[in-house]
Design a protein around this ligand. Sequence first.
Ligand SMILES: [Zn+2]
Length: 498
Amino acid sequence: MNHKKIAALFTCSLVSAGINAAVLPTVQTDSDWYKNGAQRVADKTQITTKQQAKNVILFVGDGMGISTLTAARIYAGQQLEGNQGGEEHFLSFEHFDNTALVKTYNTNQQTPDSAGTMTAMVTGVKSKAGVLSVSDTSLRGNCLSSQGNELTTLVDLANAKGLSTGVVSTARITHATPAATYARSPERNWEADSNLTDEAMSNGCSDIAKQLVMRDKDNALTVALGGGRRNFIPSDVTDGENQSGRRDDGIDLTQAWIENFDNAAYVWNKTDFDAIDVDSTDHLLGLFNSSHMEYEADRADDVGGEPSLTEMTAKAIEMLSKNDQGYLLIVESGRIDHAHHGGNAKRALIDTVEFSNAVSAAVTATSDDDTLIMVTADHSHVFTIAGYPKRGNPILGLVHGVDGSLSTASDGLPYTTLGYTNGPGAVVGSRDDLSSVDTEATDFQQQALIATSSETHAGEDISLHATGPGAHLAQGVMEQNVIFHIINQAQMLGGTKY
Ligand SMILES: [Zn+2]
């Protein structure tokens, strides 16, 4: 059937139903849904496109799949005074004009890990799970096989162009995602020299912490902020929070940072972080925890005191903005992933909201005219929003239907909206009755189907949100390594050879 015939049929059926297709009733056009939708499209027609970006900020929410965005958006919305249920809320970067879906698989894994995914984003090529910025011709955990297969990262390219560079994470700064930006290693677990195998040592592979600090001056990071202090200090040294180091070579890399770079500073707690004079500091290393930094939900309880992801992002931008030529900043919210692995949705959502706040701070501190901001994830988690909860039902609560009554499953028991396919919250035998359990408690683990000690990553696409010059390149469904090429193109880093 041709299009004209279909259109004629459609018109006929509308007329027979007594509806004039050309005139919309006021019940429709007066609706806020209608007006807001029309405004959104009208705004889109006004967007102009700039190609070149002076600065680029890449935000990565580790494990921040699309269901995490939806749940975190509702969670944040439900905290707001006068909300309409929470579902209408947007996370800061969900207002960005450009969005794409991103395929995350590694070259050897259908469901990926963070090392391979971040390698794709910062080098432009996909690689294996577990390896950092070496090509997939390397074998994981084999030093010799990685030699000659090292890849150049966005950080190397930006430094070579004279830009300033920074890496921020709430995980250990030597953990897979941040590490892929500055280190090359066939094994993500080689965070300190004590993690190296005999083969790695004899073939001259260097640990990840050392690769962050022992760099040429002209390829140094301007800012590195995160956790993982233990990988930078000797094993016989105890840090300010009473934890010992993991280095067997006796080198104090925090001291080496100060000696290696001009006007360099090292801080390990919030008081010293706050006191940093940005004007007189050109290289800032901040290591705020022995291992990962605290979840945002627990940050106030930290022994030495930690800055938030928002505070670290704002300080990094201040430091990097001193370079008139521009900068590249990579910010990871590293613990959304860890909370999900623990089957613990509340901490994952609170960290996602803090991540959204950090993006918001970056938007405020920069100009849409010269700064490309991209927000994405490395991979998803097996996390779902389920049942038919009524509008405004607490996102961490038990499902209540539209009539307000408690919904029950086939076993006659209530269930939470949020759940996992696998993980430590898995039900063995019959389900616990959650009727009198506080499912909104910080430590509550959502029920899951398959028992695994750690909940796992998921294999579906994640999202990419972009604003600023070059943001229009974030479109469609793309492979994850395209993110490198968007930044390379927008910032003219010179990494293109065709
Ligand atoms: Zn993970």
